[in-house]
Write a protein that binds this ligand. Structure first.
Ligand SMILES: C[S@@+](CC[C@H](N)C(=O)[O-])C[C@H]1O[C@@H](n2cnc3c(N)ncnc32)[C@H](O)[C@@H]1O
Length: 404
């Protein structure tokens, strides 16, 4: 073969490495692709092009390159590792786990892949196997905070709250995310007061990756109903609204139910949610005038806008301290405006409880006191299912308040 082909391929490959280091992913992809066009079987080029395409969020294009790389070079750790990640991103959890475990045979001390293996085991419903991977990582790196957090979550799911609490405390001692680990610790009854709301990282961890499947899973598998009940409360007011705010709007399930309640002259629906991917799904419905990715309390405190109805369906399960929420809603609601929301009920003796499910529950007397304090009349309080969990209904309390 012409030696200049080798030289040109090498130059493209080296340029790709430099661009990759500089975070120029598109350019790196182009350089590796040029190198591969000149020398189509090079495992190092296949691996790097696959890794870049994976980083660019295109696992389906990365996987065949990485498969070719491991066939050509069976002890190529990088290629096995990236192939495992690509398969995980494609939702092929069993194949991903086998591939990641193969990579770990080549480099047993790789912390990132150990955590990926544990996460894949978790998704496959094998918490004991997940725990074994975490244990192996902790044997090598006893101060790995993320591993302690994951260990705590697995032990909680295995019904061992005291061991879970000890693991979350270790995560804190090792410098793990304080907000997240304190929240998780409070959820298993550990020392310290429950934080005021679920940490952003926790909420986004739940919803960012779930946004695509949310509607189908929630409606068809979990028989979610909170949005229907909240809309029914607003319908019962007999009003037509000029402007409705959907707090924690998620993918916008509530919006089509709000449209018939808008004033004929052209009412509007706005929404706010912490999770940008959820907001993007809501936007795709084309029913919201304005959407913002933000914490709802910060939004309520800062917005210059006013609405004549505010709705929050299954959102206050992530907010323990509702005082600032009520103050914010009172601030943005026109006098006589309506506020409809759901909560999971707590025992009357408690204002708020962080349940083992990591969802907050709110007590009725405390909510009545909160409503009175912020100038609301309670117009209705009703019970009804929110959704199912393991085929059992989760009961909710549905509230309709009116601003005096
Ligand atoms: C169970 S989903 C319900 C979504 C929607 N209301 C519905 O009925 O389909 C809860 C939503 O609340 C959002 N959320 C939780 N805490 C929030 C906060 N502090 N600020 C804004 N949104 C929040 C989540 O991102 C998620 O989209």
């Amino acid at each position: 073969m012409d030696s200049s082909i080798f030289e040109r391929a090498r130059d493209h490959f080296n340029a790709g490495l430099q661009q990759l280091q500089g975070g120029q992913l598109q350019q790196a992809e182009a350089s590796f692709a040029q190198a591969l066009a000149l020398l189509p079987d090079r495992p190092s080029t296949l691996t790097n092009l696959g890794a870049v395409r994976l980083q660019l969020g295109r696992p389906a294009e990365a996987a065949p390159l990485l498969e070719q790389a491991v066939r050509a070079e069976p002890d190529n750790f990088e290629a096995w590792g990236h192939l495992g990640l690509a398969r995980a991103r494609l939702g092929q959890d069993a194949a991903a786990l086998a591939t990641i475990e193969h990579a770990l045979l080549l480099q047993p001390a790789h912390a990132g892949l150990r955590l990926e293996a544990a996460a894949a085991c978790g998704r496959l419903g094998r918490p004991e196997a997940a725990l074994a991977h975490v244990q192996q990582l902790l044997a090598q790196q006893p101060r790995h905070a993320t591993a302690w957090t994951l260990r705590g979550s697995l032990l909680r799911d295995l019904g061992r709250p005291a061991d879970a609490a000890a693991a979350f405390e270790q995560a804190l001692a090792c410098g793990g995310d304080a907000g997240l680990n304190r929240f998780l610790l409070a959820g298993v009854g550990g020392a310290g007061a429950a934080p005021q709301r679920a940490p952003d990282a926790y909420v986004r961890g739940l919803f960012d990756g779930y946004a695509g499947d949310f509607d189908q899973h929630l409606l068809q598998v979990l028989h979610y109903r909170a949005h229907e009940h909240v809309a029914a409360l607003l319908r019962r007011t007999g009003r037509r609204f000029d402007a409705v705010l959907d707090l924690g709007c998620g993918t916008g399930l509530l919006a089509p139910l709000l449209v018939p309640l808008l004033a004929a002259a052209g009412g509007r629906i706005d929404g706010v949610d912490l999770s940008p991917p959820m907001i993007e799904h809501a936007r795709a419905r084309g029913l919201y005038a304005q959407l913002e990715a933000a914490d709802l309390v910060a939004y309520l405190q800062a917005t210059p806008q006013h609405w004549d109805a505010v709705a929050a369906a299954d959102v206050f399960i992530y907010v323990g301290a509702l005082d600032a929420v009520f103050a914010g809603v009172a601030r943005v609601l026109a006098p006589g405006g309506w506020f409809a929301f759901s909560v999971e009920p707590a025992d009357d003796a408690h204002a708020v409880v962080l349940q083992p499910s990591l969802r907050y529950a709110h007590g009725e007397p405390a909510l009545r006191a909160l409503a009175a304090r912020h100038g609301f009349e309670v117009r209705a309080v009703e019970t009804g299912a929110i959704r199912e969990e393991q085929r059992r209904p989760i009961e909710g309390l549905y509230w309709l308040l009116q601003r005096r």
